[in-house]
Write a protein that binds this ligand. Structure first.
Ligand SMILES: Cc1ncc(COP(=O)(O)O)c(C=O)c1O
Length: 357
């Protein structure tokens, strides 16, 4: 299927941000978007790139009422040679299709949407920021649009991709964050939708995140829903702990999102000859090893922040300082290595980076 392109006239283009040190996250969007439509029996039709615009949806659309919606988050980077590249984009679209299956939605043709992503970025290439730490954030999204108020999967969907320049995700930048261990609210149960990237998971997380923010914390550390005992994710990131000389992250047991950055970190740490285990880790073990001085580092991983070091963990009213409140050695090494690969300053032995022009 050919993607149809309707370009804005040059006098309709929006002004680009002039200050790349102040891009923030998720407020600025480029001039164009990709879109296609699905109907049962017909499949996906009319892939097109069009001017960025509001979408009109029937107020009875299933996606609005019952949350049949999925999305992805990935980035394009501008190297010092001016060439633009994507990082593990196919993995994001494979996860998108896994989310689609979990939410009873239509899968997409990965080659088609990958090609659409590249065409959109190249058309809006002036929107890819160039300074260190900045990137073009890419948000593929699918929403159920059939007007119907009975609870069942929709027969109609729209898929779109919007993109926009972003800076550092956290206002603290790489400074270690303070996290609050949430022992009442949960993000996702095993058997639920935690391993799908679907809107409801994020809506469900807001109240705990707001309460933690009011108390001065940056993020919530989520525990498992059955026993409130095992650490799972931090905010919208996967979580890693370094205890003695072992790196530990929770297994993908159904409630945790299979992060692409998580997978990259596991690969790098293995290749550096360090011990790494995916195993259930209790908050009691985290706290006791912190008290004994054996918890060397803790950090979150995700596309937005890459590596987010944790400087303080607060559990049941007690503060525990991690790595002296500083960024740990491994966190720094991983951050440097992943960024060097993403910006193509370093050889990529893994085939993670694809130059698109
Ligand atoms: C809940 C959740 N966990 C983990 C991640 C990290 O995943 P990735 O490394 O693919 O960005 C994300 C962000 O995408 C997320 O939303």
């Amino acid at each position: 299927m050919e993607t149809r392109i309707t370009q804005k006239n040059s006098d309709q283009l929006k002004p680009k941000p002039t200050d790349e040190s102040n891009l923030g996250f998720g407020d600025i969007f480029s001039d164009h978007m990709f879109r296609m439509d699905y109907e049962s029996g017909k499949g996906w039709t009319d892939p097109r790139i069009q001017p960025f615009a509001d979408i009109s949806i029937n107020p009875a659309a299933i996606g609005i009422h019952y949350g049949q919606e999925i999305f992805e988050g990935l980035k394009a980077y501008c190297g010092s040679d001016g060439k633009i590249s994507l990082f593990r984009a196919r993995d994001n679209y494979e996860r998108f299709n896994r989310s689609a299956r979990r939410m009873c939605m239509a899968e997409v043709d990965i080659d088609l949407v990958l090609e659409g992503t590249k065409q959109l970025i190249l058309l809006d290439r002036e929107w890819v920021p160039k300074s260190q730490g900045t990137s073009l954030y890419i948000r593929p999204t699918m929403i159920a649009t059939e007007p119907h108020l009975g609870v069942r999967p929709s027969n109609e969907y729209i898929f779109f991709i919007i993109v926009g320049p972003v800076g550092a995700y956290y206002k603290e930048g790489l400074n270690p964050v303070k996290i609050y261990v949430e022992d009442f609210f949960v993000r996702a149960p095993i058997g639920g939708t935690g391993e799908a990237k679907t809107a409801g998971n994020y809506a469900a997380s807001l109240l705990a995140a707001e309460k933690a923010k009011e108390k001065g914390f940056t993020q919530v550390l989520w525990l498992d829903s059955a026993e409130h005992k095992y650490v799972e994710e931090v905010g919208t990131m996967n979580m890693f702990f370094v205890i003695d000389d072992e790196v530990i992250t929770s297994p993908l047991s159904g409630s945790v999102l299979a992060g692409i950055t998580r997978d990259s970190v596991i690969q790098l740490v293995k290749d550096w000859g360090m011990k790494i285990r995916e195993r259930a880790l209790s908050i009691d073990e985290v706290i006791s090893t912190a008290k004994e001085g054996r918890l060397k580092e803790a950090f979150g991983t995700g596309t937005a922040a890459v590596i987010s070091p944790v400087g303080q963990i607060t559990y049941k009213g007690e503060d525990h300082i991690v790595a002296g409140g500083q960024m740990g050695k491994l966190s720094q090494k991983l951050y440097d290595e992943i960024l060097a690969i993403q910006y193509r300053e370093k050889q990529d032995p893994y085939g993670w980076v694809e130059v698109i022009d």
